[in-house]
Design a protein around this ligand. Structure first.
Ligand code: C5P
Length: 414
């Protein structure tokens, strides 16, 4: 019950935040049109005002009525229709757009935009808009790999158009590979990013996420219950607010956050090396990874055989990466996490001091809605000045934003 009302509250506050923002969605003719329907539903749920325009080919896949019903606005399809022009107006659409999304974008539409052709409603409005344009391609894997299309994408990116990478997987044409329209949730995330103020512009964030795998033998390893969700939420929020983000991730099953430099590692030693490499170029470090505290003293090169008797595993302590950074920091803001099961604030304060941190995010991993695998967290943010800010239950995305707000406040006082 608690969780449900929280989720409703979350979407309500999200809808408040997006109220009044107009997204114009151009739908081109591809089988992924059916996902554009879901995209409209999600945008409307988040409080956006959505104006849909469709190419003639798109109408072969989905009817305008579907989009009209979900968006609550008439759908524009024709440039030379007198009724549509007086009701909607193509220049009106171009001017109203705060973000212009094309999903799905076919090779044909991308080619026309790149060549400056405006021979239908969609291409005309794209040419006339001054809003940021987000293009989400979807097509056959070989069409996507075609050098002409790739050249067109490079050209448009150079001119400031934003592209999403298609996802990999089963394609409607029967092939497997890159060409699927990204998930509608991810497209909404990009739209939010294009609207949000870029108050982390100029920051070079180094973020760690996930667990470590410390190998015992070729088939077994030691690990923790960390999912990596907090670190990945921090990476997405950082990109959205304009930071340059390097994400050093232990093994997770999460999709790579768009727009980050992702470095994948397994062990704590590999994580340490990757962090030390990127540290001198960073302005802030957020250590959300659940770094393994111990690793097996020696790796057993062959699979350990099952036996009747108990066996002993000798573990050696791993280096404390954050502590090392605390000792050598040179202007960087250091943010640590403290997953605690008791004495939350006292233990977090001790870590903040001992590791020479600027901020620490403490959470009681045994509390409801808090901890490793879920999408929410209950945390307390403590800073080097002695401020202690307990926060209510919120999504990891929201917590990421709170952490950055605190980080910016500290930075402004420096
Ligand atoms: O000391 P404790 O493990 O609770 O500290 C947690 C913080 O320290 C986290 O931010 C974690 O990423 C970091 N840490 C580290 N290296 C370790 C252990 C923890 O950087 N070996």
């Amino acid at each position: 019950m608690f969780a449900k009302s929280f989720v409703i509250g979350y979407f309500q506050s999200m809808a408040e935040a997006q109220k009044g923002h107009t997204v114009v969605l151009g739908v081109a003719g591809g089988i992924a049109c059916y996902k554009a329907v879901e995209l409209v539903r999600l945008l409307v749920r988040d409080g956006f005002s959505v104006q849909v325009l469709m190419t003639r080919e798109a109408m072969e896949f989905v009817t305008p009525l579907t989009f009209q019903t979900l968006s609550g606005h008439p759908v524009a399809t024709e440039i030379f229709s007198l009724t549509q022009e007086s009701e909607i107006g193509h220049i009106n659409l171009a001017d109203q757009a705060e973000v212009f999304v094309i999903a799905p974008a076919t090779a044909n539409i991308i080619g026309k935009i790149a060549a400056g052709i405006a021979d239908d409603l969609l291409t005309t409005v794209v040419m006339a808009t001054r809003a940021p344009v987000l293009i989400a391609p979807s097509m056959n894997v070989h069409m996507y790999g075609n050098p002409i299309l790739q050249e067109n994408i490079r050209k448009l990116k150079r001119l400031g158009y934003n592209f999403m990478e298609p996802a990999e997987g089963y394609l409607a044409c029967g092939y497997e590979g890159k060409g699927r329209l990204p998930e509608p949730e991810e497209i909404v995330e990009q739209v939010r990013g294009l609207l949000k103020k870029k108050d982390l512009a100029g920051e070079k964030l180094l973020i760690t996420a996930g667990p470590n795998h410390e190998a015992i033998d070729p088939v077994r390893y030691l690990t923790s219950r960390s999912s990596g969700k907090m670190g990945y939420a921090l990476a997405r929020a950082g990109v959205r607010r304009g930071a340059e983000v390097t994400l050093i991730s232990g093994p997770t099953s999460l999709p790579p956050p768009a727009g980050t430099r992702l470095v994948r590692v397994k062990t704590a030693a590999e994580m340490r090396e990757a962090v030390m490499d990127a540290f001198p170029q960073s302005t802030a470090v957020v250590m959300a990874a659940a770094v393994a505290d111990y690793s097996p003293e020696r790796f057993i090169p062959r699979k350990l055989k099952k036996g009747e008797k108990p066996i002993q595993l000798h573990l050696k302590p791993n280096p404390d990466i954050l502590k090392e950074l605390g000792a050598k920091k040179n202007g960087q803001i250091l943010v640590g996490f403290a997953a605690e099961t008791e004495e939350l604030v006292a233990n977090a304060k001790k870590k903040l001091r001992e590791k020479n941190l600027d901020l620490i995010v403490a959470n009681d991993v045994t509390a409801e809605g808090s901890g490793f695998e879920g999408d929410t967290n209950v945390a307390t943010i403590l800073d080097r000045k002695g401020n202690v800010q307990p926060l209510p239950l919120m999504t990891k995305e929201e917590l990421a934003d709170r952490i950055y707000n605190h980080l910016l406040a500290l930075k402004n006082e420096q």
